[in-house]
Design a protein around this ligand. Structure first.
Ligand SMILES: [Zn+2]
Ligand SMILES: [Zn+2]
Length: 659
């Protein structure tokens, strides 16, 4: 059996997934792997969460958690959402497992041994106040290309350019605002420049690489390849052997996660070497990802595999372009997105899978709008596909005692329909193999429309039960073919239909080659039930209203929300320094005394604080900081010089409300 591995880009464990992720990566990859399994290939679907890198560690530091806690939370959520959407992973791992650390280390050592990695001393940004190097997102500054004042150390989100932190103008440490200095540090570089010729040839000559990926990468290669720094001075990540505060760059270890997740799959299966057949034994390797990850896969990862020497190279890299929402770019900060879990709380997974695959070619941008989604669901799934299936099964159920009738001699039209059915299935397979999923989805509707047309021509309802036998026999064959075509696209409804048709086993265990094997006459069908639910206009309006509301809430604080914050003027009655930065404050607010641990020790002397009036948020959720109960929050302004406490313009009564 041919071995095929299909991977989907490891989702970053720093947030929930939304429809854009499903469309670019997880649904196309799942449809593809399901298609391959039905071809009789030994195809496995491998994924997991990517849990290293600065966005997670920065967030953890800001939220007072450990990076692992942030990743634990999102790993579970992401996995659950994807599985509920029908993603049929054979393994879904995490890059924080010891196995992954070990495999990454060995991968690195192999590159070192083969001369593809070298050590260099480089100047890096270092925060003298925090006493640490500032990798990637630990530094912000002005983009040297477009002037965006909040560009990050690795990328400018305004102009989309990848940056090196030292290029930033007016850089500042994101933890304390200090201007960093340059300091020397040793780093490992992967010699990408040595692979430039190979990569160019590989990309140009790879017959399976889709055009959007090919063009994008060749464009990049025109500018030449620089050696790539694969280590960072920080603690969160896979440790570099022999160093204490050095880890691998997240884009070095993340793709190795495809291999370690496969190794884990083999171990769980009790056949430790099984993974080698896919990665080392000439199996095919397909990587699915969003277009913003093309560079990392086509250049970094393919280069790494080539340099390592023991693994197969990607057979194809399939990149989904972006999805807009109601015609606008999706945005987390503006609240303009639909999260998977939210969608699933009101709708079924299959119509969404269908919509995301059918709406436009994967190599082009697509748009999700609730109106269009409802239209496709109602017109295509319910009125064409669902209708044909329901008419056929209901007739068989009512007029033929629930058994597929024995045909009489087939006429020319009957034969033609069966031939057409095989031809559509053949075309469907070709579409799936060339990643033309939108076209494959159309074949499904084409076949159902053909069934409706045939049924209308034959008008069996005007004939006797006896005369209608052949027609319903043919229709039963079409229904079976539809269940097969639905299987990769809408796995839940396909299985439901398979059972309704009275077929044995699971539709997902069938083979495309079985298309010519007819549903035997006499097969008992189950009670027909509608496959798809229509979506009403008022539901569409409700969804649009929810989206607008969410986006408004992301932008504004409502008057009610503000009113819930009890902000008052208080007087500091006691202040004790706990450490360099922190001061324990007891603040009298009217008749009560509240306390907080404030990080103001660098700017204020504890003794001088006593007797001062300050502004305090009094109803913040209590928590413990450094072992002390903190049940209020003191307000301060922050700029490049540090913190400055907010004070009332004149002495006011203790407990005076701030509004
Ligand atoms: Zn700092
Ligand atoms: Zn820029």
């Amino acid at each position: 059996m041919k071995k095929v591995i299909v991977t989907a880009a490891l989702p970053y464990a720093n947030g929930k997934l939304h429809l854009g992720h499903l469309r670019s990566t997880y649904i196309p990859a799942d449809a593809f792997v399901r298609y391959l399994r039905m071809k009789g290939y030994d195809a496995i679907y491998i994924c997991g969460t990517d849990e290293h890198g600065t966005p997670i560690s920065v967030r953890a530091e800001q939220e007072g958690k450990s990076p692992k806690e942030v990743a634990d939370y999102y790993h579970e959520l992401i996995k659950e959402d994807l599985v509920r959407m029908g993603c049929s992973f054979d393994n879904f791992s995490r890059t924080t497992k010891p196995l992954h650390y070990e495999i990454t280390r060995k991968f690195f050592e192999k590159l070192l041994e083969r001369g593809y990695v070298e050590k260099k001393e480089v100047e890096q940004l270092y925060c003298p106040k925090c006493e640490r190097f500032l990798p990637d997102r630990y530094v912000e500054g002005t983009c040297p290309y477009c002037g965006n004042p909040s560009a990050r150390g690795d990328i400018c989100e305004a102009c989309g350019r990848y940056l090196v932190a030292t290029e930033l103008k007016d850089p500042r440490c994101i933890l304390c605002g200090t201007t960093p200095i340059l300091k020397k540090s040793e780093h490992f570089f992967f010699k990408l420049s040595a692979l430039e010729g190979f990569l160019k040839k590989w990309i140009q000559e790879n017959p399976k690489l889709p055009a959007n990926v090919k063009n994008y990468v060749l464009n990049w290669l025109r500018g030449g390849l620089r050696d790539w720094c694969i280590t960072r001075d920080m603690k969160w990540g896979v440790p570099v052997p022999g160093y204490e505060n050095k880890v691998f760059y997240v884009w070095f270890d993340a793709p190795i996660g495809y291999i370690s997740s496969t190794v884990e799959w083999a171990e769980k299966k009790g056949d430790e070497k099984a993974w080698e057949d896919y990665w080392k034994g000439g199996g095919e390797i397909y990587h699915f990802l969003g277009k913003d990850n093309i560079y990392q896969h086509a250049i970094f990862w393919t280069g790494m595999l080539k340099a390592h020497g023991e693994f197969g190279l990607p057979t194809a890299i399939v990149a989904g372009e972006f999805l807009t929402l109601e015609g606008k770019k999706m945005s987390k900060s503006r609240g303009w997105l639909v999260e998977i879990g939210d969608y699933l709380s009101r709708h079924d997974p299959d119509p969404l899978r269908y919509y995301l695959l059918a709406s436009s070619p994967l190599s082009k941008d697509a748009d999700f709008s609730w109106k269009e989604y409802a239209r496709r669901n109602n017109d295509e799934l319910a009125d064409i596909l669902g209708n044909f299936v329901h008419r056929t099964l209901t007739f068989i159920y009512k007029r033929y005692g629930g058994k597929v009738p024995e045909p009489k001699e087939l006429d020319e039209r009957d034969e033609e329909i069966l031939d057409k059915m095989k031809e559509i299935v053949q075309r469907f397979c070709e579409d799936m193999e060339s990643f033309e999923f939108h076209s494959a989805a159309k074949r499904l509707i084409e076949l159902a429309a053909l069934g409706n047309k045939y049924l209308n021509e034959k008008e069996p309802w005007k004939k006797t039960v006896e005369e209608g036998r052949t027609t319903f026999y043919i229709c039963a064959q079409l229904v079976k073919a539809l269940a097969l075509l639905m299987a990769p696209i809408m796995p839940f409804s396909a299985e439901k239909l398979w059972k309704m048709l009275g077929m044995e086993g699971s539709v997902h265990d069938q083979r495309w080659s079985d298309i010519s094997r007819p549903v035997p006459p006499g097969t008992s069908i189950g009670k027909p039930e509608p496959l798809f639910r229509k979506i009403s206009e008022s539901e569409v309006e409700e969804e649009r209203r929810k989206l607008e509301e969410r986006s408004r809430r992301a932008l504004y604080v409502t008057a009610q929300e503000f009113a819930r914050m009890d902000i008052r003027v208080g007087e500091i009655v006691d202040a004790t320094r706990i450490d360099e930065r922190r001061v324990l404050l007891k603040i009298s607010i009217g008749r009560t005394v509240k306390q907080t641990v404030a990080g103001i020790g660098e700017w204020y002397d504890a003794k001088e604080l006593v007797g001062r009036q300050v502004v305090v948020l009094t109803n913040i959720e209590p928590r413990r900081i450094k072992g002390y109960e903190s049940n209020c929050m003191i307000l301060a302004a922050e700029d490049g010089e540090g913190l400055s406490l907010l004070v009332p313009d004149r002495k006011v009564e203790r407990g005076a409300k701030v509004k």
